[in-house]
Design a protein around this ligand. Sequence first.
Ligand SMILES: [Zn+2]
Length: 365
Amino acid sequence: MAFCPEDILSCYSASYAEARRTFLRAAEAQDAAVTSHLNPCGQGVSGEDLCMDIATVGSADADSALIVSSATHGIEGYAGSALQTGLLRDDIAKSLPDNSACHLVHAVNPFGFSHCRRVNEDNVDVNRNFVGFSHPLADSDDFLRFCAFAARERKEGRAADDTEVTARYLAAEGEQRYQRALTLGQYSNPTAIHFGGREPTWSNRIWRGFLDHALPGRALTIHMDIHTGLGRFGQETLIYTRDPGARGYELACQCYGGDELLIPGGALTPDVSGPIPSSFARFEDDTVVIGVAPEFGTVPLNQMLTTLVEENTLWHSECRGESERKASVERMMHCFCPDDAGWRIGVWRRFRRRIDQTIKLLNNL
Ligand SMILES: [Zn+2]
């Protein structure tokens, strides 16, 4: 039976464990080759294994490949996983041209997915972790300015915790400074948000191992990293995640429309430190890479960032109760995967359109 947009609703799951089962069943039904990588950090929230699963359809030694990844920001995997399962149920294998392959990388950060956190088992934002760790990493001026503000507010008794500090910073400095301070990535405070880590995370190492295996020999690789939480409710922002000066950009413009691609550095998407697509750089002498991040909007930016700060404060608090934890998870889910059929169907339509455009490009090579 043909896959209708409404069918995407049955691809959504209430937990990481259920999402993984649903994805693996859909992969099996499509005869996809699956490789599973177990995260040794421990079990998930219901005692389940935490894995990055990679399902591949099409020919393994194809000239071109589409890589679709989910849950780089754990909790965003609720939507990302559904979209990947939707692609399998919608029979993407049949629409791929010969001599191409599609790799669906399910749950880059399974710990965050399971615990409904954006970060991983070490409180690291995996999308700030792809940096060189051989020398000390300096924090941005925006973050240092925020830290000085926070220290002053605490010393003078105006704010007791991060939640209060950030609310005061937002009021004092405005949304754009607030966003830059909190989201560019920082490498000095392991218990604050957008911490990029002190070494490559498990997700980073497994991902790079996958690229080492998947990229050599390809003429063209297209990477789509699915995100949620930024932008207007249900709307898509297509962020271009590779160097616009490199060879892939022109092809990306042809494929998706140049005026639909957002280059990071502006107000909506700061040019963050150490994002996962930077892992493609070392292959770009030998293969053309197109990198995009479809970002699906949910709640206003202030609400999303405030929720993240509150969740992080609660996570690190020694006296968090079960009811507080549940309420925090609900707020997080609202910010990253709204329980709204219209949002979910609309996101599928927009995402499927990008996949259609990508397949058209692959067909025209
Ligand atoms: Zn994200």
